[in-house]
Design a protein around this ligand. Structure first.
Ligand SMILES: [Zn+2]
Length: 160
């Protein structure tokens, strides 16, 4: 079993519990508004977003939409959330560090900001924290994981 879910259709944003920072960064790369590290368990139980947790107690307490992750398979986590949110691939992406929507910039500009040459056709900058990203070998690794996740079957049951 990959996960349990409850509370009906998923809203467009996600709030993950303190154990799931890794997943939050991945969801942001997929363009999902993923909130992390801002909220206590009490606040998480009341979030207007889809709550994603590994904590059974928190899942039980939650009245709104929630997903309880049961597996340790990280690719299955991504797969479960892609399905819950109707995300098929990544188009517009968010800053993995701070969750702001990235803006595409000319790679010459990205090189200037990064302070070293960048071999890439596409570059982005975060308007919030100033981080610069480009389609390098790391990016291709991300794409492979997302493609693998899209093909990974998910067994997510409705909780009572
Ligand atoms: Zn940022």
């Amino acid at each position: 079993m990959t996960c349990l879910r409850k509370g009906g259709a998923a809203p467009s944003c996600v709030a993950v519990d303190a154990m799931l920072g890794w997943l939050a960064r991945w969801l942001r790369i997929l363009g999902v508004d993923a909130r992390y590290g801002e909220q206590s368990d009490e606040e998480l139980a009341e979030t207007p977003c889809l709550l994603v947790t590994r904590d059974r107690e928190l899942f039980k307490r939650r009245r709104g939409p929630a997903v309880l992750l049961l597996t340790d398979d990280h690719v299955a986590w991504i797969s479960a959330l892609m399905r819950a949110l109707g995300v098929e691939s990544f188009k517009k992406t968010r800053c993995p560090k701070c969750n702001a929507e990235l803006e595409e910039i000319p790679c010459a500009e990205a090189e200037k900001r990064a302070g070293h040459p960048i071999r890439s056709d596409r570059c982005w900058a975060c308007p919030n924290c100033g981080s610069v990203y480009w389609e390098g070998s790391h990016w291709r690794g991300i794409r492979e994981v997302v493609e693998k996740a899209a093909k990974t079957p998910v067994d997510c049951a409705e909780a009572d």
